[in-house]
Design a protein around this ligand. Structure first.
Ligand code: PMP
Length: 361
């Protein structure tokens, strides 16, 4: 096998190695069909079994009852920015959005393009999106309150969900299946699957059936959540390969990790390891997110200046640690440490950080 690096890219992102090995095997001959996983029909017994199993795994992992529908939608999370308001905000309906960064801003813009009645309930733009807003007032009679549970670019994450009876509509792209959830607070959860569950281009969407009552009948077929529910995500030919990869990753979370409690504990251990290295560096590394809002998925930090940051990122790559460059909007360094990043990768990064500090301070 070619040498693999520790991959800290923000997405597409690291996937569990046993999953990649299984994919490699199934790519030529899936389940003795004599065909590749990408060659079998989406209507075949083999694929239907994959789809069914993946939905059941999501339901088991999040303890979802039958009032929840699990669907796969093409177009990644960005299409969800448009579909959420399109499906839930008919004439008199309104929604609140909490703006915690670039991705929330894009969600807001997509609702505004459609002329929907939305309000920005709270924002952390005043401090470069370095924190999660608290103590805000939530308007009444909202069809949903939209939040981005983890802010991939700024490295913040909701550690406590907003106190409200209004159903949350959550962009969970970068922390889906990373921790257990108080599921009854949500009306819809969506995530592009390219970080914690598989390849890019498809969204996993969990939708509570009462939200479906809001969906108007006159939407284009492929833009209505009802189509995906009614046709079991198969109105058109879905990305069979993506769904198959999801199934393998979900199986890994259930059977290798042992579920979301264990996943969350492992993710916390990994994140704490890096945050401790930052906090004990005497200011050589400076975390950019407010401490209580720090993300367990994307750790963002700065060094003294950009030259030193570039030196850090380049030398890290030479040492087998890739994808550490911060988003161009935020600059600095970002270690994306999704579910599949092993603890060994974190320890290797922290050792590198200490050595780099000693050589450059
Ligand atoms: N929301 C968040 C929080 C993200 O991190 C991303 C992608 N990095 C998106 C939305 C957009 O996802 P996609 O590229 O699948 O449209």
């Amino acid at each position: 096998m070619e040498k693999r690096i520790f991959n800290f890219n923000p997405g597409p992102a690291v996937q569990p190695l046993p999953v990649l090995k299984q994919i490699q095997k199934d790519f030529i001959n899936y389940n003795n069909t004599g065909m590749s996983i990408i060659e079998i029909s989406h209507r075949s017994k083999d694929f239907m079994a994959i789809l069914e199993s993946s939905k059941k795994r999501v339901k088991r992992l999040y303890n979802l009852d039958d009032s929840w529908k699990v669907i796969f939608v093409p177009g990644g999370a960005s299409l969800q920015f448009a579909m959420v308001p399109m499906n839930f905000l008919t004439k008199d309906k309104k929604a609140g959005y909490i703006n915690t960064g670039t991705w929330s801003t894009k969600a807001i813009e997509e609702a505004q393009i459609q002329g929907k009645n939305i309000k920005v309930t709270a924002s952390s733009e005043d401090k470069n999106f370095s924190y999660i807003p608290k103590n805000f007032t939530i308007q009444k009679d909202l069809a949903y309150l939209h939040i981005t549970t983890n802010n991939t670019i700024r490295g913040t994450q909701w550690q406590n969900l907003p106190e409200t009876e209004i159903p949350l509509a959550a962009d969970m792209c970068s922390d889906i299946l990373s921790r257990p959830l108080d599921i009854e607070k949500f009306g819809i959860i969506y995530a592009g699957i390219q970080k914690n569950i598989g390849p890019s281009g498809t969204a996993l969407v969990l939708i509570k059936d009462k939200m479906l009552d809001l969906v108007p009948e006159d939407l284009p077929t492929m833009l209505s959540y009802k189509t995906y529910v009614k046709k079991d995500s198969m109105h058109n030919t879905p990305s069979t390969f993506s769904i198959y990869c999801c199934e393998l990753v979900l199986k890994w979370i259930e059977e290798e990790i042992g579920g979301l409690e264990n996943m969350a504990a492992l993710n916390k251990e990994k994140a704490d390891y890096i945050y401790n290295t930052i906090d004990e560096s005497n200011g050589f590394y400076k975390g950019t997110a407010q401490k209580e809002d720090r993300s367990f998925m994307n750790v963002t930090f700065r060094l003294l200046n950009e030259d030193l940051e570039n030196k850090f990122i380049n030398l890290a790559l030479e040492n087998g640690l890739g994808g550490l460059k911060g988003h161009r909007i935020a600059g600095g360094v970002r270690a994306s440490i999704y579910n599949a990043m092993p603890l060994e990768g974190i320890k290797t990064l922290c050792k590198f950080m200490e050595d780099f500090k000693n050589q450059n301070s």
